[in-house]
Design a protein around this ligand. Structure first.
Ligand code: HEM
Length: 185
């Protein structure tokens, strides 16, 4: 039996609300642990390795997804291609965010440093935007796989561009500040 549309919308709204709460709690736990834990140097270096591996995977997933989005917008890929990539990289992106939050908690973040605070805001925005994007992917899933980006209503196109821009801006801000924080340490 197929689930009525209203019921499906209600369920996905509920899942998103749960997602936002999970992100907030995970972020809070990471920062709370990060400001109390003082791990030995060996653990710090291992955590830094996990942190960097997570950056590679997470940023790679975000860039790949947005690259395919751009290719779709330029008519060089289909919505089907984009959806296939989205299904492959979404799990990896969330795994990377979990890895960054877990390893970051062992890296002794200096929350008194304004740059670190901006980075944490960027991380929060990346994760919240990731949850919000599930609504967009849900809408895209209902469109025919061959639909051209240019044929979508303007509001929808703006939504795609906005979500992709927020994701890229958040990831790159966190990466650049992370590197600045390390080199100035
Ligand atoms: C989107 C999420 C994140 C990204 C892209 C990111 C990126 C980076 C990068 C590129 C570095 C530089 C590593 C190096 O050059 O050696 C770094 C270092 C660092 N990150 Fe993150 N990070 C993220 C999340 C977090 C979180 C959530 C925390 C804390 C709870 C954190 C705490 C730190 C600390 C303390 C360092 C400095 C480590 C050291 O030099 O000992 N990061 N991060």
């Amino acid at each position: 039996m197929t689930t009525p549309l209203i019921e499906r919308h209600r369920r996905s709204r509920h899942r998103r609300a749960l997602g936002y709460w999970c992100v907030l709690i995970a972020m809070y736990a990471s920062l709370a642990l990060g400001s109390t834990l003082r791990p030995p140097a060996g653990i710090h270096y291992s955590a830094l390795f996990v942190h960097l591996a997570s950056v590679i995977v997470g940023l790679g997933a975000a860039v790949l997804l947005e690259f395919y989005g751009l290719q779709w917008a330029r008519g060089r890929a289909t919505l089907d291609d984009l959806r296939r990539i989205e299904r492959s990289v979404t799990g990896l992106a969330w795994l990377a965010i979990a890895g960054l939050l877990a390893s970051g908690a062992l890296l002794e973040p200096d929350l008194a440093d304004p740059l670190t605070d901006i980075k944490m805001l960027a991380v929060l925005i990346v994760a919240m935007n990731g949850v919000a994007m599930t609504r967009l992917t849900g809408e895209l899933a209902r469109l025919p796989g061959s639909v051209a980006f240019a044929r979508l209503p303007q509001r929808f196109r703006f939504w795609c561009v906005w979500s992709a821009s927020v994701s890229q801006a958040g990831w790159w801000t966190a990466v650049v500040i992370g590197m600045l924080n390390t080199s100035s340490a």
